[in-house]
Design a protein around this ligand. Structure first.
Ligand code: NAD
Length: 252
């Protein structure tokens, strides 16, 4: 029996990168996956790759996580159509990097709205159905940057916010069978990383003790564990999946 058989897993930002890798992994483990993304074209393409790879059920919804009405309609639609909601993966996130004096109001709000407020919208919507089931797993995406990172005031604030939100969701969910955990990826090969400028990326890669970037599958592995029934006594943690970069010094 596949461990996610009968489980419904909802993932935001699922059209590419880590979101799609996780959708693929959960589907391979028997879950019915609800993929949400703001990018309709990429979402259609993602659904195609899932259909080709797996004989399993999935649905796609165009959802902008910054819009709470769209999020509520998505979660209602998923629970109505699929009967339950076992796992929420708050994965959607964007970067708009700059030094603090050069971050515009738009760049501040865009990053906070997608990466933090979007996660809140989804968690709030998911809590009701999860409480009614007496079971739920919420996995939200922080970043190795949450401890602070040059040129990322907006992103760091959002990703540190995810840590605080996760720890509080963990407290409120514990008596209802709901766990909440965060994943803090290091440098993982996705379109987001590709959008980082080359020299900055190379400098960071050189600081990874394992000397190489991660694969989306490395993150999917961590998410599939944290969201599993077996991880039921783990809540409120931040799991670093980063080749050791968050340890600190990598002077050799
Ligand atoms: N790739 C890395 O190295 C890395 C490192 C640390 C943290 N992360 C985090 O992991 C998550 C996934 O990153 P990724 O590298 O796969 O990014 P990505 O840019 O490849 O994919 C992000 C997805 O989110 C979607 N999205 C953007 N705005 C949205 C919105 N308003 N509503 C719904 N969907 C929206 C995009 O369309 C895209 O499909 C993000 O939260 C990111 O901050 C990534």
């Amino acid at each position: 029996m596949k461990r996610y058989h009968g489980r419904v897993v909802a993932i935001t930002g699922a059209a590419q990168g880590l979101g799609l890798a996780m959708a693929t992994r959960f589907a391979a483990e028997g879950a019915t996956v609800a993929l949400a993304d703001v990018n309709e074209q990429a979402l259609t393409h993602a659904a195609g790759t899932l259909t080709d790879a797996h004989d399993t059920k999935h649905r796609t919804d165009v959802v902008d996580v910054t819009d709470s009405a769209q999020v509520n309609a998505w979660i209602d639609g998923v629970t109505d159509a699929l009967g339950r909601l076992d796992v929420l993966v708050n994965n959607a996130g964007i970067i708009r990097d700059n030094r603090v004096e050069d971050i515009t109001d738009d760049d501040w709000h865009a990053v906070i709205d997608v990466s933090l407020t979007g996660g809140f919208h989804c968690a709030r919507a998911a809590f009701g159905p999860m409480k009614r089931q007496g079971y739920g797993r919420i996995v939200s995406f922080s970043s190795m940057s949450w401890r602070g990172n040059f040129g990322q005031t907006n992103y760091v604030a959002a990703k540190a916010g995810i840590v605080g939100m996760t720890r509080t969701l963990a407290l409120e969910g514990a008596r209802h069978g709901i766990t909440a955990n965060a994943i803090a990826p290091g440098l993982i090969e996705t379109p987001m990383l590709a959008s980082m400028n080359g020299p900055a990326r190379d400098k960071l890669t050189n600081k990874i003790p394992m000397r190489h970037t991660g694969r989306p599958e490395d993150i999917a592995e961590a998410a599939a564990f944290l969201a599993s029934e077996a991880a039921g006594y783990i809540t409120g943690i931040v799991l670093d999946v980063d080749g050791g970069i968050s340890i600190g010094s990598s002077i050799r």
